[in-house]
Design a protein around this ligand. Sequence first.
Ligand SMILES: [Zn+2]
Length: 258
Amino acid sequence: MRIVALLAAIALGAVVAVLVLTRPHHPPGRSIDVPILMYHRVGRLPAVPTPTSTKLTVQPSVFAAQMEWLARHRFHAISPQQLYDALERRKPLPSRPVLITFDDGYRDVLYNAAPVLRRLGMPAAAFIITDRVDGPDISFLNWRELRSLEQDGFTIGSHTVHHLRLPSISPAQARLEVSQSRGTLERHLGRPVPWFAYPDGATDPAVVQLVHQAGYLLAFTTQRGSTQYAREPFLLHRYEIPRSDGLAGFVALLHSAQ
Ligand SMILES: [Zn+2]
C-alpha cells in the first residue's frame, strides 16, 4: 500500500510540475497601449559629429513636423503622472495617447523642442543626468533652465547621477546612482521626482528591485513596443526616434504602434 501511495504521490507531483512548467512565465495581465517616444537632442549637429551624436540629434524642423503630425492626427500627449494613474488606478486616458520623452538633459531640448510643444499644448518628460547639470559641458541644461523646462510643461525625471549601465556596477553603487539623483532633483525642484529612465535602457531584475526600493513609481526602458503592463511599471517600453527616421519613418512607426 505504501508503494502505491508513493507512486501516486510521484505521479501527482509530475502532473503539478507539468502544469507549472506549461504556464506562461509572465502572464501578461492588464495592459494599456501607449506609444512612448524617446528623443535625445533636437538641434544642429555638433561641430565634430560622431555616429552616436548624429543618430541621436533630430533636426528642429523635423521634430516640429513630427509633433504637428501628432496634433493633426488627434494624438494626445500625456504626462508620466497620467500614465501612472491609468496603469495603477485605471483612470481613463484621452484617445490616442502618446508620451514624449527626452533622455540625458540636453540644453537644445529647452530651446528647440519646448517651444514647439508649448505651442501645440503637449506635455513631455525629460530624464536628467544630475552630475551634468551646471557642469562644464554647456550642451547640458543648468538648474535655472531645468526649472524653465518645467514651466514649459515638462515633467522632470531621473536618469541617474553619472549615466552608468546599472547592471554592470556594484549593487551599492547602483543604489547610490538611483537614489542620489532623485534626492538632488527633489532638492532643486522642490517636488517629488518618482520617474526614472535606465541609462542605455540597461536593466535586470536586481536593478528593477533597486529602483522600486528607491521609491520610484515608473521606470522607462528602451525595449521597443507600445503595450505597457500594469504589473511591470518598472519595465515600460519606448521607441527611440533616431535622426534617420525623418517624418516618414515617424509616421510609419506611429501607424504600426496603433
Ligand atoms: Zn541616456
